[in-house]
Design a binder for this molecule. Structure first.
Ligand SMILES: [Zn+2]
Ligand SMILES: [Zn+2]
Length: 222
């Protein structure tokens, strides 16, 4: 569904799936293709919004857990889009997909290779990349400074934060990453699971809530 001009949200379809976002700007970027089983439905929903899969220029991934990246190889085939990864994701590409799939007790997600590597931004649009480890070491957030939108993967959710008990997770890094992104001027927070958070004061209130609940009681992490 269209959230605002050029910004689309495709809700997660099941337990091992994730939210997909599409940003249409100078280039069209799809973030987190989700689980392979649901790719057909996702593409149908996009088409209902007038987005042809072949319009997608770049596929990016907030991190390499299968619920976010399983459908990457198939989506690349269908769309002809390029897969753009962060250097930390190149480093963990194979090991994370294998370890996380094993941890979650599912078959190993389909592997894929990077066509492009980015460091701090995508294209000449204002889509900035922030390396935000903690939930996993190769987690990134995408920040559209012009639209004040943060796509945060599994770093922070509505009234919750990313778990750190998966392979290579790190509690301290998660807190530092949340502190980093909470300083950004954000009017729309788009997490990898659950609801989106709209409005600057709601986004701010959510950071305050997770700091209060999860930073002080680290063992109550979901
Ligand atoms: Zn994850
Ligand atoms: Zn996830």
């Amino acid at each position: 569904m269209r959230i605002q001009e050029g910004v689309y949200w495709y809700k997660e379809k099941g337990l091992l799936d994730a939210n997909t976002y599409v940003i249409k700007d100078e280039i069209t970027v799809l973030i987190d293709p989700g689980l392979e089983n649901y790719l057909g439905r996702r593409l149908e929903e996009m088409q209902e919004d007038g987005i042809d899969p072949k319009e997608v220029d770049l596929i990016t991934i907030t991190h390499l857990h299968p619920d976010h990246c399983d459908a990457t190889a198939s989506l690349k085939e269908v769309s002809g889009a390029k897969v753009a990864l962060h250097p930390s994701q190149i480093e963990y590409l194979d090991i994370m997909i294998e370890e996380a799939s094993r941890f979650l007790g599912i078959g190993t997600a389909k592997k894929f290779a990077a066509d492009l590597v980015f460091e701090s931004g995508i294209g000449n649009s204002e889509l900035k990349i922030l390396h935000t480890p903690g939930h996993s070491p190769e987690s990134i957030c995408l920040y559209a400074a012009d639209k004040k939108i943060l796509i945060c993967g599994d770093l922070v959710f509505e009234k919750s934060v990313g778990r750190t008990d998966l392979p290579f997770g790190n509690n301290e890094e998660l807190k530092n990453s949340i502190n980093t992104v909470s300083a950004l001027d954000t009017e729309l927070l788009l997490p990898g699971h659950g609801a989106i958070i709209e409005g600057r004061s709601n986004v701010k209130g959510n950071y305050e809530f997770v700091r209060e609940v999860y930073f002080k009681h680290p063992h109550s992490y979901l």
